[in-house]
Design a protein. Structure first.
Length: 168
């Protein structure tokens, strides 16, 4: 995955519309499916919990399928990019200790992974207005820059490829 610049205002607007639309569709479908199930399979005790739960599960599956189907739509470009970026950063986070240890030992691949992680996190936090930990990120970036300089490594987030994580 390559980092790319996206318009924050467009991203936030599209994310809000996707979120609100998904929530509304989920609510309407859940109620509709539950009511249909209750109508076709009434319970003499009056407890319809299992039909309501099944309605929510089916509705969630339908919303997920719909989002998956429209993933390639131009409206979803920024939203899908951020979803994918979050997935990549989570994969790195799961191996972060090993990657950081290897970077301290001078492993160039580990340093490139961390460079992508820091650049991606910075972009993500700026898009979501989550700037509370930016100082901590700047400190980590400075440490990485120092390590890279000590080991003669040129950092470039564009060099990151998910297959690099396999060695950790």
């Amino acid at each position: 995955m390559k980092l790319k610049q996206i318009d924050k205002k467009r991203y936030r607007g599209h994310l809000n519309k996707v979120f609100i639309g998904s929530a509304l569709v989920l609510a309407v479908l859940s109620l509709a499916i539950s009511q249909l199930l209750i109508a076709f399979f009434p319970d003499a005790d009056g407890s319809h919990f299992h039909w309501n739960l099944l309605g929510v599960v089916f509705a969630a599956l339908l919303v997920g399928a719909g989002l998956s189907r429209f993933r390639q739509h131009p409206f979803m470009t920024e939203v899908v990019y951020v979803w994918d970026l979050k997935q990549r950063l989570n994969k790195i986070a799961r191996k972060r200790r090993q990657v950081e240890a290897a970077a301290r030992e001078g492993n160039e691949t580990a340093m490139q992974i961390l460079q992508f992680c820091y650049a991606g996190s910075r972009q993500l936090w700026q898009l979501d207005d989550n700037t509370i930990v930016m100082d901590e990120l700047a400190d980590k970036q400075a440490e990485l820059n120092t390590l890279a300089e000590q080991h003669g490594v040129t950092l470039n987030a564009e060099q990151y490829d998910e297959s690099m994580l396999k060695q950790f």
